[in-house]
Ligand binder design. Structure first.
Ligand code: ATP
Ligand code: MG
Length: 563
């Protein structure tokens, strides 16, 4: 992958620099990205991926991909596969360092026995309700479980029988013996194992007890020799527990946990639970619906991995929670495509224009550069011009307000790359809808050079009716209408779904050069935005264009106006 120079520093780099200076871990940097395979990855995960893989790359270390697959109830191989696809698509490679917490189940179990033997863990039979009652609150200490003082022999025997499947689900748990008075609730004799008969996608039915995330997570890092366990802030209060577990196991490597603020993005939700709800409730077409904030969704929408990596870099990492403007992500994709996507024409909502003084049956071609700011860069194509044209319906107004510089009765406009035309008549249907414009062209204005000295305000795009190709255009927009859809305690986030987040135009037209465009290509439709040739629904000769992002951020104005 390409290296970007001059990376901005951040507090994690400062910590790593300090560690390297004193020779900690022999100067080695080993990070990991540890998803639970219980959903598709979203843009928040992309931040974590870019951070972890980016640090490993910059410090000449390595980054592991580890599936924290300790909860078979919610996990699925579909998620495992999608996560690997997404990390690779983002441009990162774990090489041979692909791991599964489930591969450590035996080792974790042996360590659990070690804790039991050391009198640091016990088998508890309180019901979940009782455990909750015994746990205490933030302001009150908890109470010791009546099972806390079982002998080591009894605990060991019970734990082995738990593993052997002698007890029903939920009948017993193994708990760490730390202290019920700890001000940190995570340390109040937390559960290490529960009995749960679930088929695991990797270990099958070998286990009927499964480790809790807190028992497995930190120790998995330890097993892998992770030097810096980078995680989001909500795990800060779990750090003392991870540390405690490792301290009970002499000789085990001790990774250093560093917490950073998770990414929050406005106008969307990033909680897996909510994303699953959108998928199962069929509010979107799937995890890869182009409106989803998932990596699969962004990929289907036409975002580039470069733009997402750039976004991750720009938002940086911090210790304080904040909400990032979705406009910033959109700006990253615009910036990336600005120099990559050739500019072509598409009429979204066609209105017929007949040029009365242009000979019937005549065609001429105009040279139109793909990249007007730098014509030699991407070459050009020839745009056919004829007597009947499509223009954008919104580029005409019968009674225009002051400051409308496009077409109106008696007014002139430049047709990009061709001629100046003047509107001489308006034809309507019975309902009063404008169905056709009559115009004349000025042969003196060939190439519609904006520097021709004429006082004409606007330049619009157009297509020759006889040559244009019909195309489907999908206009995707933000999925929610409010900046914080999950932030309203009174209302369900789905009440804020944007009913116009997908508008399908079946009768759009594109220029003939696009009939053979490759699926997966990206273009700029001039004056409109950036579009992606949908790789799944496009057929040979029948491309489907998805709007990646409009040219301008129409939401920025809206949210400012709302204040
Ligand atoms: P959720 O809480 O939405 O269900 P999760 O955090 O439980 O997601 P994991 O699969 O555990 O999902 O996440 C894998 C890694 O990605 C973790 O290290 C986690 O800290 C990180 N991560 C998850 N969400 C974000 C986010 N919004 N911003 C940055 N990192 C994140
Ligand atoms: Mg998690």
């Amino acid at each position: 992958m390409e290296e970007t120079s001059a990376r901005p520093g951040n507090f994690i780099r400062t910590i790593i620099d300090g560690d390297r200076k004193v020779g900690k871990n022999g100067g080695l940097v080993v990070t990991r990205f540890p998803p639970e395979p219980n959903g598709y990855l979203h843009i928040g995960h992309a931040k974590s991926i870019c951070l972890n893989f980016g640090l490993a790359r910059d410090y000449g270390g390595r980054c592991h991909l580890r599936f924290d697959d300790t909860n078979p109830a919610a996990e699925d191989v579909e998620y495992v596969d999608s996560i690997m696809d997404d990390v690779r698509w983002l441009g990162f490679d774990w090489g041979e360092h692909l791991y599964y917490a489930s591969d450590y189940f035996e080792r974790l179990y042996q360590w659990a026995e070690q804790l039991v033997l050391a009198g640091k863990a016990f088998v508890c039979e309180l019901t979940p309700d009782e455990q909750r009652a015994y746990r205490g609150t933030l302001t009150e200490p908890g109470k010791n479980s009546p099972f806390r003082d079982r002998s080591v022999e009894e605990n060991l025997d019970l734990l082995r029988r738990m593993r052997a499947g002698e007890f029903p689900d939920g009948a017993k748990v193994l708990r760490a013996k730390i202290g019920m008075a700890s001000p940190n609730l995570n340390l109040r004799d937390p559960i290490m194992y529960r009995i749960k008969r679930f088929h695991h996608h990797r270990t099958g039915d070998r286990w009927c007890i499964y480790p809790m995330y807190d028992w497995a997570h930190g120790l998995s890092d330890a097993i892998e020799g992770i030097t810096h366990s980078i995680c989001t802030l909500e795990f800060e209060a779990h750090r003392p527990l991870y540390d405690w577990f490792i301290e009970q196991l002499p000789g085990v490597h001790h990774p250093q946990q560093v917490e950073f603020a998770r990414l929050n993005l406005d106008y969307t939700v990033l909680s897996k639970r909510m994303l699953i709800e959108l998928v199962t409730g069929k509010h979107v077409s799937g995890w890869d619906d182009p409106r989803m904030p998932t990596i699969a969704g962004f990929r289907r929408r036409g975002y580039t991995p470069e733009s997402i990596r750039d976004f991750a870099e720009r938002i940086g990492v911090a210790k304080a929670d904040s909400v990032v403007d979705t406009g910033m992500l959109e700006a990253c994709i615009r910036e990336d495509l600005n120099t990559k996507a050739k500019r072509v024409a598409c009429v979204h909502d066609p209105l017929r224009v007949v040029i009365e003084n242009y000979p019937e049956g005549q065609t001429e071609e105009f040279e139109a550069p793909y990249f007007p700011d730098d014509p030699p860069k991407m070459g050009h194509r020839m745009l056919p011009f004829s007597r009947e044209l499509w223009i954008e319906r919104e580029d005409f107004m019968e009674a225009p307000p002051k400051g409308f510089y496009r077409l109106a009765p008696g007014k002139e406009v430049r047709l990009r790359f061709s001629y100046v035309i003047k509107c001489t008549g308006v034809i309507k249907d019975d309902a009063g809808k404008v169905v056709e414009l009559r115009c004349t062209y000025d042969p003196e204005t060939k190439n519609a050079n904006p520097k021709d000295g004429r006082k004409i305000g606007g330049t619009i795009h157009w297509l020759s009716v006889a040559h244009a190709q019909k195309a489907e255009v999908r206009l995707f927009d933000r999925l929610f209408t409010v900046p914080a859809p999950a932030g309203d305690k009174e209302r369900n986030f789905k009440e804020f779904l944007n009913p116009n987040s997908l508008v399908v135009l079946k009768d759009a037209y594109v220029e003939p050069s696009l009939s053979s465009i490759e699926p997966g290509a990206r273009v700029q439709f001039e004056r409109k935005g950036y579009y992606f040739v949908d790789p799944i629904d496009s057929k040979p000769g029948a491309p489907v264009f998805s709007r990646i992002v409009p040219l301008r951020d129409s939401w920025a104005k809206q949210s400012k106006g709302g204040k």
